[in-house]
Design a protein around this ligand. Structure first.
Ligand code: MN
Length: 186
């Protein structure tokens, strides 16, 4: 389990402690526990999470990718956001026009993902920033992208605090993205 670098009470009312208790404490813990059981005694036992994601299928892939995706998601949040570092801000401006257009495009795509999944910001093979969505446990590494930020759009990510209002959840959580950490991943 990744240890969170913040208090789970620090985001209220944007994300409640109850939401973290379920999302981090139960959903992520279950993916990790399930993966550890599934890989025991198999070829995947000593592989890195990334190796498993790139090569495994079925339940092993699903639980490994969900462990990785959630770790990136939780490590992307901060209770005290700061401005986007200049290197990332310049790439955002180059590839989306402005920070506002980037935000609007990301939220529109993530809100429009049909069913469970993830909104992603990745670097493509040409070094450009790209916004994609993935269903269920999907991870952009499988498509040759390098993911640097993600927002969870499974209902379990927002139903406790936002019920069915996925776009409101995305807009609120957007204000708590740690752009310094995202920039470090460049
Ligand atoms: Mn989740």
């Amino acid at each position: 389990m990744p240890q969170l670098p913040y208090s789970t009470e620090a985001f209220s009312p944007v994300l409640s402690k109850e939401s973290f208790d379920f999302h981090y404490g139960k959903h992520l813990q279950t993916y990790i526990d399930t993966l550890n059981k599934l890989v025991e005694g198999t070829e995947h036992e000593n592989e890195s999470l990334e190796e498993i994601i790139m090569h495994a299928e079925g339940p092993v892939y699903n639980n490994a990718a969900q462990a990785w995706n959630h770790t990136l998601f939780f490590m992307t949040l901060t209770p005290s956001p700061k401005a986007m570092p200049s290197r990332l801000a310049e790439m955002v401006k180059r590839d989306f026009g402005s920070e506002e257009q980037f935000r609007d495009q990301f939220i529109a795509k993530a809100a429009g993902q049909f069913g469970s999944g993830w909104g992603w910001l990745s670097i493509n093979r040409d070094g450009k920033l790209v916004i994609t969505t993935e269903s269920n446990a999907g991870n952009p590494m499988r498509s040759g992208l390098k993911p640097i930020m993600t927002l969870d759009v499974w209902e379990h990510a927002y139903y406790i605090d936002y019920r069915n209002r996925r776009a409101d959840y995305l807009k609120a959580v957007w204000e708590h993205i740690d752009w310094e950490k995202v920039a470090e991943r460049l």
